[in-house]
Write a protein that binds this ligand. Sequence first.
Ligand code: IMP
Length: 432
Amino acid sequence: MANVIIVGAQWGDEGKGKVVDIYTEYANDVVRYQGGNNAGHTLVVGNEKTILHLIPSGILHEGKRCVIGNGVVLDPKVFLQEIEGLKKKGYLKDDAQLVVDRNVHIIMPYHKAIDIAREKNSGDRKIGTTGRGIGPTYEDKIGRRGIRLIDLVNPQTFARKVKEQLPEKNFILEKLLGEAPLSEEAILDEYNEYARALVKYLGNASVILNKSIEARHNVLFEGAQGSLLDVDHGTYPYVTSSSTVAGGACTGTGVGPRFIDEVIGISKAYVTRVGEGPFPTELNDEMGEHLRQAGQEFGSTTGRPRRTGWFDAVALREAVRTNGMTGLAITKMDVLNDLDTIKICTAYSYRGELLEEFPQDLEILKESKPVYEEIDGWKTNISGATTLGELPATARSYLQKLEEVTGCPVVLVSVGARRDQTIQVKNPFEKG
Ligand code: IMP
């Protein structure tokens, strides 16, 4: 028995969806614990591609229970659309497969409107958010003004809370942001309908998961976004508004830390970032464009082209530490197939000083220049490899180098989008 957390070890989009899909085979419950539909987890089963924003990727496996923990913020419209899409494809035959915690905070129309309008008005200080209302919803949660699913399914409570909230939100929208105010009646009509459709999925995530753990079942915690987008440990303020690091799995579900056995960080064999914020190994040249095209680096949520760069071991070591990572899964290794040489950033140089640790001061990070080690590429198509032994020696040395510079063992390597294009070095659900 093992309970495993999967986290993004970079700035999101590391290919967590695929790894979660593979690990789901060994798990009984798959749980989302933070973020919302700012995430986009792409899964390819056979030749069919499914993108999930909110529902845990484990939903593609029959008989696995998928849980959305209290730490998530949920847009009811997106949630119901995702359920409909899954059912149309033949998934989620049994509604009991999906449970959402009653304490989940809901994304309201004013959260989305404020998120989008603030970004529009921020000029060069914008964060580059996904515009899904994530930040404003978490602000209300922490400010004790939020509306939860438990409130939504009680029409009186919901109406009262909307009545309390709307004047302030409309003031912000109209007077500060120059947007149109929202109608209370329209919100109530729309959301009461969602309440009727989603009430059957509500439950107590903490009780369900702790019972599951007591019964010695395996729980897989599915992180969204990445460690460097964590509200505390990321490149603040260019972050998302939730705790994306492994600790968030405990607060975001009501499962205590002593039940966590393994923390697997997912990292691409290079780096991407969407939105604003410092990115020391960013490549604004032909190589950057090559990685973007070869890796199809366009956002699965917003369609934005992703910024691309070389593997950054300084940033990765930060993620190893803040998550207490026990293993590293390297994805999209095949994207580097054609390269003569590959660079790995092992330290930063800042005004002549060598930095081994990721700087906390964003001004220092912005000025930091990567110090690279260059190694030979493998110049072979590795997409058919299913064991480390089938990889060319140069590809194996790249992986060894990544282990050396990050201080974390590689437990999985992904060499293509499909499930079968995966090398499992060590299964985190098997102890010893
Ligand atoms: P928000 O989460 O929409 O508030 O966006 C805040 C920052 O996090 C922006 O830079 C987004 O591009 C980034 N972000 C949010 N979700 C994801 C994700 O799933 N993958 C990658 N970046 C993300």
